[in-house]
Design a protein around this ligand. Structure first.
Ligand SMILES: Cc1cc2nc3c(=O)[nH]c(=O)nc-3n(C[C@H](O)[C@H](O)[C@H](O)COP(=O)(O)OP(=O)(O)OC[C@H]3O[C@@H](n4cnc5c(N)ncnc54)[C@H](O)[C@@H]3O)c2cc1C
Length: 463
């Protein structure tokens, strides 16, 4: 490959859904950009956490995620609107429209979602509050066999999305290629990013590339690049893997989430039909801390050890997070939670425990023999740990490298990173890369809003 002398406007490291969304936005909507580089270590886009079965296939819109603050919910409403608009135009085969539900079981959870409905319903015109009878009308299996004394209620929205993020990435990539401005190199692993005279040198296993600015969208590996460029030294990563179970015993028509504990926003199981096999339901994910930056890739244990977790500060932060008592309930909730997820891993007993603790909360009549462990499914959520405050920071993380003329953005993307991919790409383009690149570069607001008129308002909220 001859790239000698070529200086790309922007290089993107990582071809998951975060990287391909940026490739699409940079090549289509930034005036002045003439060439963008995409480097991916695998042979195709989105084969890691954005792969079809690595995640829960949900386009989170903020309505049925009971742990989101109003601010976060509205941000995700915008994310859903923007990615939804792209999918409806260019994403044939990458998504399905279906209902989304947050099921509350027991008086406390019912109270919680009643309050939540009051707080958010004016922002979601199609959101409904359902009592037991209405739930039974829509999905009788959610009520059948349930103790009639147990209160149940649900938040329900008929028009959500299930997404195959692998295919969505392929669509984003395909559209980016159509611009004629994207050079993509697969089986090309970035080893180092350095800067000389204001230009970034990107060393890979195949060649050395040059760019004026770099977007690092390498999932959990983004933190290592941030560290090597002198940023985010106070952060490390806790890789939280998620496993799924499958069943063909009960088929639901939509996505049924349960009420999330705000302390573990990634943890409460949900159930929906698999996007690539609607005759099977997926239940999960579980949450399981593993020492890998990439699931089932043993070599990435060495990468995990480089994240700073095995330093005095890292170990102290992890220890405190695990053993800290919850302020309200005076319980060591993280320890209990971790314990529960360890039990899930024990053969036979684990499946039985998952059935009792998670699956039957959704479908009370589900039996042990109905559940099958979905081997090979589920990726890693790179949860950020702040070693200074010794706290887990939930949600996606963005590190902007703009010191001393640097032009770097590192995205670290636990859930709901896939849902936010296109909104995030717009944020990166408008707020970071256009100012980084300076005069001669401009975001083309008019082109974007003409392309996606339905996403005009959501786009307008990106400053
Ligand atoms: C169990 C589970 C359930 C989830 N459910 C949802 C959900 O329902 N909805 C949702 O929105 N999100 C969900 N998520 C999160 C979602 O999967 C991620 O936010 C999203 O896939 C992140 O995309 P990404 O492109 O940033 O990272 P990835 O998909 O991990 O892509 C990173 C890419 O970078 C490449 N790369 C890494 N290092 C290098 C290097 N050195 N050189 C070149 N390339 C490199 C990798 O090969 C990979 O292709 C879930 C995650 C898990 C684990």
């Amino acid at each position: 490959m001859n790239t000698e002398g070529r200086v790309y406007d922007i290089a993107i490291i990582g071809g998951g859904v975060t990287g391909t969304a940026q490739a699409y936005v940079f090549t289509h909507f930034v005036k002045g950009i003439s060439n963008v580089l995409l480097l991916e270590k695998n042979e195709n886009v989105a084969l890691v956490n954005s792969n079809t079965d690595s995640n829960a296939q949900t386009l989170h819109g903020g309505d049925t995620e009971t742990n989101f603050s109003l601010e976060k919910a509205l941000k995700m409403r915008d994310a859903e609107c923007i990615l939804g608009a792209f999918l409806e135009k260019y994403g044939e085969g990458a998504y399905r429209r279906l209902y989304k539900m947050a099921l509350a079981v027991g008086a406390d959870e019912v109270r919680l979602i009643k309050e939540r409905f009051k707080m958010i319903h004016s922002y979601y015109p199609t959101l409904e509050f359902l009592g037991r009878e209405s739930i039974a009308r829509i999905e009788p299996k959610l009520v059948e066999g349930r103790n009639p004394e147990t209160e149940v209620a649900a938040l329900f929205r008929p028009n959500g999305f299930a997404v195959d993020y692998h295919r969505a990435s392929e669509c984003l990539y395909k559209e980016a290629m159509k611009s004629g401005k994207l050079d993509a190199f697969f089986k090309t692993k970035t080893r180092a990013i350095t800067r000389t005279d204001g230009i970034y040198e990107i060393e890979t296993n195949n060649a050395v590339f040059h760019a004026k600015a770099v977007a690092v969208a390498a999932g959990p590996f983004s933190i290592l690049f941030a560290h090597s460029c002198g940023y985010a030294g106070e952060y490390t990563i806790l890789p939280v893997a998620g496993n799924f179970y499958r069943t063909r015993a009960v088929i639901l028509g939509g996505k049924v989430y349960t009420v999330q504990d705000p302390m573990f926003p990634f943890a409460a199981a949900h159930m929906d039909s698999s996007i690539n096999d609607p005759s099977a339901m997926r239940i999960g994910p579980t949450a399981d801390v593993i020492p890998f930056l990439e699931r089932r890739h043993w070599a990435t244990i060495a990468d995990f050890l480089k994240t700073g977790v095995i330093s005095k500060e890292g170990l102290r932060a992890i220890f405190e997070i695990i053993f800290r008592k919850d302020e309200k309930e005076e319980k060591r909730k993280v320890l209990r939670f971790a314990g529960k997820n360890v039990v899930y891993k024990i053969p036979v007993i684990g499946t039985w425990y998952f059935l009792k603790k998670a699956a039957q909360k959704i479908i009370p009549t589900l039996r042990y023999r109905d559940l099958e462990f979905a081997r090979g499914e589920g990726g890693v959520r790179p949860q950020l740990v702040n070693m200074k405050t010794r706290a887990l920071e939930m949600g996606t993380g963005k590190i902007v490298g703009d010191r001393d003329g640097d032009k770097l953005v590192f995205d670290i993307t636990p859930s709901p990173g896939a849902s936010d991919c296109l909104r995030n790409a717009l944020v990166n383009a408008k707020k970071h890369f256009v100012p980084f690149l300076g005069s001669g570069y401009e975001f083309d607001d008019k082109k974007f809003t003409e392309e996606f008129p339905g996403a005009r308002e959501a786009f307008g909220r990106i400053a």
